[in-house]
Design a protein around this ligand. Structure first.
Ligand code: C2E
Ligand code: MG
Ligand code: MG
Ligand code: MG
Length: 291
């Protein structure tokens, strides 16, 4: 979500510092036409089944290579693109590009789910489900293979319009995932109403696992609650073995994080997904993906 730091980002931007407004203006100007100049690309981070340790799918994460500033993380330019009305075009490009890659992977014999992040503004586009379905059809991808990740703060702030948008996406066959879960203020009854298949526990709770009893209790409660509501649980930001073991013991369904793999290019992801089953490649995240 917007609260997430630009992890692993290189170049001009580090951390979460919001650009000053004149800087935002500069970036907005540069962002216009960035697609046409091919400055945007997707990185893919695997999601791992907690039971089998197999890859289930990959989340597309957007990167912008600015000609002078280098890699700009999404935590910096997504808010700007929303503010300056560029998110619709960029968001469409992300979905299209993610589907194109999934199509290519499948042609190489690798079939997996894909997840894309959607921002608030995008959700309110009246014809979003139809447009996504059009893209999916073009690449012959079944809607149920696409997960739309929406941050909890958005899902909660949300008025009826957002809830309807989520329902329409779900009716079109796509899966909804509530991203950065735990950072918003969902109450139980609201959660029950949400048309989501999956909750993604925010990295901040995962980070504290094994060090804070508090975090342990929260994650335990979230997993039980989600399962009681029939939802799957994914943990993001798993960075070490201890966190992984705790999450598996608590019944978490899927895991994602640097411990398994960093976001990586689509070519590398294909290699990773087809790497030997002994895990000799898969447990060396430093060899793979962003540094
Ligand atoms: P998110 O969807 O919660 O994605 C997870 C973020 O945590 C990613 O940062 C990822 O690189 C990072 N991460 C994954 N595993 C680990 C780990 O083990 N440790 C640490 N420290 N970090 C980890 P990234 O790629 O910078 O993206 C930040 C946020 O920007 C995303 O948070 C998402 O909300 C947003 N975003 C990214 N791509 C898009 C996009 O195409 N569209 C929209 N609307 N938002 C996007
Ligand atoms: Mg996400
Ligand atoms: Mg997340
Ligand atoms: Mg997050």
């Amino acid at each position: 979500g917007a609260k997430v730091k630009g992890a692993g980002s290189v170049g001009f931007y580090r951390g979460e510092r919001a650009p000053a407004s004149d800087e935002a203006l500069d970036l907005a100007r540069d962002l216009r036409g960035a697609i046409a100049r091919r400055e945007l690309h997707l990185m893919f981070q695997p999601k791992i089944d907690a039971g089998s340790a197999q890859i289930t799918g990959a989340e597309a994460l957007l990167r912008w290579t600015h000609p002078e500033r280098g890699i700009v993380p999404p935590s910096v330019f997504i808010p700007i693109s929303e503010q300056f009305g560029l998110i619709d075009e960029i968001g469409d490009w992300v979905i299209e590009e993610a589907c194109r890659q999934a199509h290519l992977w499948r042609r190489q014999g690798v079939r997996m789910r894909i997840a894309v992040n959607l921002s608030a503004r995008q959700l309110l586009q009246p014809n979003l489900p139809q447009r996504i379905r059009g893209i999916l059809r073009r690449y012959r991808i079944h809607p149920s293979l696409l997960t739309c990740e929406i941050t909890e703060s958005l899902a909660v702030e949300s008025t009826e319009a957002y809830r309807l948008a989520l329902i329409n996406l779900q009716k079109s066959g796509m899966h909804i995932s509530i991203d950065d879960f735990g950072t918003g203020y969902s109450n139980l009854s609201y959660l029950r109403e949400l048309p989501a298949r999956e909750l993604k526990i925010d990295r901040s709770f995962v980070t504290d696992l094994g060090e804070s009893e508090h975090a342990h209790s929260i994650v335990d409660a979230v997993i039980r609650m989600s399962h009681a509501l029939g939802k799957r649980v994914v943990a993001e930001g798993v960075e070490n073995q201890r966190q992984m073991e705790i999450l598996v013991a608590l019944g978490c369904d899927e895991l994602q994080g640097y411990f398994f793999a960093k976001p990586m290019s689509s070519e590398l992801l294909l290699l990773w997904a087809t790497s030997p089953p002994d895990g000799s490649l898969s447990f060396h995240p430093t060899l793979y993906g962003e540094t």
